[in-house]
Design a protein around this ligand. Structure first.
Ligand code: 4NP
Length: 175
């Protein structure tokens, strides 16, 4: 993420304790619950769970109530993440309840922008790929739903890299 954008984000959330972060994808059964699980694991490793409130949601509600997709759970489990989130649809009140709303791809970002009620809501929306530092040809976190195993591994690679960065730059102990 560009330094000025990151500085603005830091200023906006400075003093917020815990930092409330919501990951959003389409179905809330692949990418966003995986991001939630990965960031939770990083936060727990650092004994920083009191500093964070972490959740995920989907712009589409068709999978509401379901556990993450079996394929995502298997790939995540191999890396040590137990994904137990139950899918839910994003609701406009999430703009009130969270400080940062992270969109996995451009379509998720547009859908969130359409639901924003104020400029303050809009300011909370950040693309996940902005936190990813590893070399990648992607400008978003690609939907793995219709992909094979490599799609799920790629998503986890991007999310692990991005979530490490989120923790490093936004954990209240380092602000
Ligand atoms: P997600 O993946 O947005 O990463 O949870 C998808 C899940 C379900 C569908 C598409 C993408 N679907 O079409 O049902």
């Amino acid at each position: 993420m560009a330094n000025n954008k990151l500085d603005n984000l830091r200023v906006r959330i400075s003093g917020n304790h815990p930092v409330k972060i919501l990951f959003v994808c389409l179905g809330n059964i692949c990418r966003s619950p995986a991001a939630e699980g990965v960031l939770c694991a990083i936060v727990n490793e650092h004994n920083a769970s009191a500093n964070w409130e972490i959740d995920s949601a989907g712009t589409y509600g068709g999978h509401a109530g379901q556990l993450p997709d079996q394929r995502m759970r298997v790939h995540a489990r191999r890396r040590g993440y137990d994904l137990t989130h139950r899918a839910r649809r994003f609701r406009p009140a999430d703009f009130d309840d969270f400080d940062i709303i992270i969109a996995m791809d451009g379509s998720n970002e547009r859908d969130l922008r359409d639901m924003a009620r104020t400029t303050s809501d809009l300011d909370k929306i950040v693309p996940m790929i902005d936190f990813v530092r590893m070399a990648t040809r992607y400008d978003h976190v690609p939907d793995p739903y219709y992909e094979g195993a490599e799609g799920f591994e790629l998503v986890l690679d991007l999310l692990e890299d991005g979530c490490r960065n989120i923790f490093e730059v936004l954990d209240p102990s380092v602000q």
